[in-house]
Design a protein around this ligand. Sequence first.
Ligand code: FEO
Length: 395
Amino acid sequence: MHARTIKPGIQSITCVHWERRLFDALIPLPDGTSYNAYLVRGQDATALIDSADPALTAELMEQLRGVDHVDYLVSQHAEQDHSGALPVLAEKYPAAKVICNRKARDMLVSHLHLAEDRIQLVADGETLPLGGKTLTFIYTPWVHWPETFCTYVPEDKLLFSCDFFGSHLATTDLFVTDQALVYEAAKRYYAEIMMPFRKTIVNNLAKVAELDFDMIAPSHGPVYDQPGFILEAYRDWTAPQMKNEVVLPYASMHGSTAMMAKHLIDALARQGITVHAFDLTVTDIGKLAIALVDAATLVVGTPTVHVGPHPAVYYAAHLANLLRPKLKYAAIIGSYGWSSKAIEQIAGLIPNLSVEVVGTVLHKGLPDAATRGQLDALAAGIAKAHAADDNVQTA
Ligand code: FEO
């Protein structure tokens, strides 16, 4: 990609990672991703905001080939996909100071072995004049590490947000041209990266909302030249309100748990509840994370392997526990051959989810009429819980 102008004197240096399919050895990237650095040229000084993943350092440096002098290298986030090229940049621009906050300093030194004497610390609200453009640093912790901050340029009504509002999307589009496509990618990003920090994000949203900007430039995905839509999406995703939805991840070894899951799906649908069901042996775990953003209830379906849950279910339950979605209710269903402690073990895997267990249905062997009746009762119980909860949108 080539450097492209987003505002007068401000260029996006976008490195598109078309082929990347996994982030942090954990997060599926079906649509690839990008790392956006931004070059801000003032009358007196030039700053480069963020950099790129180490894998694309050469591409970043190619785009900066004609830029002989940079005064400031701003590190909004110490994670390597944005800071990884800093050592090479520090070498190319030997007079440049690395701008970061106190929390980031230790990370940059320990993760990148960046020389400490290159670092200039900034505090929340501090400004850095470049001449006609002022960088204002806004501390926004936990989007997505404790050190993260945004950078606001009041003269250009521009907010650089790094991971905050980002989307994992490989595209040649500089700005958002397809809101539905970016909404889905940004929701996936929120679900996998941001959701554990939902309560802090509410505060960060309020903090940046006080600023007067007409553009958000994240460090992943296209730039928002109509930022209202992503702000509204974040408000929706972080609000206490949940949807009248059930997320049902399950695995089945010999068909019994699948039969139970499918009966329950139909029973829930009869109750007017939307179900997002995932066979964990084939599902994209990112889709499961997206479904967890809005749902009120999680139902886990598992067969019994020896006496515990299937390993795929174990993984999904642990992941849901890490992601800390809004979920208010939970249930466990499944089958076993001779004995099972799957329910107790799954319950022990989700301590972070402050959920009320609406019911459990565990059946030996193939489900029968009595089991189907229990599943019908479970669906009715979930519907009743949703209807009685002011935060579940059942209308
Ligand atoms: Fe895009 Fe938290 O790094």
